[in-house]
Design a protein around this ligand. Structure first.
Ligand SMILES: Cc1cc2nc3c(=O)[nH]c(=O)nc-3n(C[C@H](O)[C@H](O)[C@H](O)COP(=O)(O)OP(=O)(O)OC[C@H]3O[C@@H](n4cnc5c(N)ncnc54)[C@H](O)[C@@H]3O)c2cc1C
Length: 311
């Protein structure tokens, strides 16, 4: 019964996230905007680059490494893809000038994947070049299964000339068994996640013990080889087991990673015990979709949102 209600809530929030009318209504209604923004503040580093810089400084001062994403995805025209690319380049420049400790994280569909392969590669290379001038990494997020092959192709091709590139791998996909073997043989960093997107039947496994075991199997291989990696999860079980691998293999090139505002208290306890911890910060004006998604993936977060609004 409780599970059914949570599932219903999650589906409603996913619908709300994708409903353009609802989004425009909220964003154009000053009172609603102000109320929802209060709940959003927990999850975002700000709406602008300068606000993001301040948030990153604060996290760096607390001892966290950061990776930062300028919110957006599924751009369908070249002009907007180029604008997003310019923003990522401006971000990388700000990191250099402000001597921040942050890498760049991005969705390829934000910089041209739905427009053309060549445009995406060109934009990604421009970002990698700027980021490399101050040793920043650029980490590609993984999107829906209709995009996996394209994203992996662009990753492999670009990594040849831009070693500061990393990729995200989704443990829930059956194909990852083969992709992981191949990608582990490449020098780029790997962010390991369970996987967030709905997939066609038979392409992925559901949440549960089997997925946790497979996730941890990949995590152990990364840590045992000291392959540069991020073990990205909000699942306390996953990070508890990961820490055992870290103690066993003593890798140096890893981070435990969580999104800003989600289970960060536990992450702090790992940081305080000396483990490398990274917070994934997002910024930009597209926070409505982002916050609905954070609530949809764990509807109990709505109560936290309520507390943030009234508190
Ligand atoms: C840094 C980072 C980058 C990511 N990048 C990608 C990407 O590129 N592509 C992609 O497909 N997915 C990405 N994800 C999302 C990821 O695939 C999972 O969907 C997400 O992390 C939820 O899975 P989980 O392992 O955290 O826990 P789950 O197995 O979903 O849940 C286990 C437990 O973790 C806790 N938990 C999980 N989510 C929340 C939450 N939102 N709030 C509070 N508690 C929660 C709860 O206690 C829950 O019972 C990323 C996640 C992180 C942390």
């Amino acid at each position: 019964m409780d599970k059914d209600i949570l599932r219903l809530g999650s589906e409603a929030l996913k619908k709300a996230a994708l409903n353009e009318d609802a989004k425009n209504f909220v964003l154009q209604n000053e009172s609603l905007f102000t109320v929802l923004k209060k709940a959003a503040n927990r999850y975002i580093g700000g709406e602008t680059l300068s606000e993001a810089v301040l948030s990153i400084k604060q996290l760096n001062d607390k001892g966290y490494v950061v990776t930062t994403d300028f919110m957006g995805e599924s751009i369908r025209n070249e002009g907007e893809a180029n604008q997003a690319t310019d923003e990522f380049i401006a971000f990388a420049q700000a990191v250099k000038h402000e001597t921040l400790n942050s890498s760049v994280s991005l969705d390829l569909s934000h910089i041209g994947l739905l427009v053309s392969h060549d445009l995406t590669k060109h934009n990604l290379q421009s970002i990698c070049i700027e980021a490399a001038t101050s040793n920043q990494e650029v980490i590609i997020s993984m999107e829906g299964t209709d995009r996996t092959d394209q994203i992996l192709d662009i990753y492999r091709e670009t990594l040849k000339t831009h070693p500061n590139l990393g990729i995200t791998i989704q443990a829930y996909l059956h194909r990852t068994k083969d992709d992981f073997k191949e990608i582990l043989g490449l020098p780029g960093s790997i962010r390991l996640v369970k996987g967030a997107y709905d997939t066609p039947k038979n392409l992925s496994m559901p949440r549960g013990n089997q997925l946790d075991e497979i996730y941890l199997h990949y995590a152990e291989q990364l840590l045992a080889k000291n392959h540069k990696c991020a073990i990205a999860s909000h699942d306390e079980k996953i990070h508890t087991e990961t820490v055992k691998f870290i103690d066993k293999y003593q890798p140096t090139d890893y981070v435990l990673e969580r999104l800003l505002g989600i289970c960060n208290e536990e992450l702090q306890s790992y940081k305080d015990r000396g483990y490398n911890c990274r917070i994934y910060v997002v910024y930009g004006k597209e926070w409505y979709l982002y916050v609905c998604n954070r609530w949809a993936e764990y509807p109990l977060n709505l109560f936290r949102g309520l507390a943030d609004i009234v508190g």
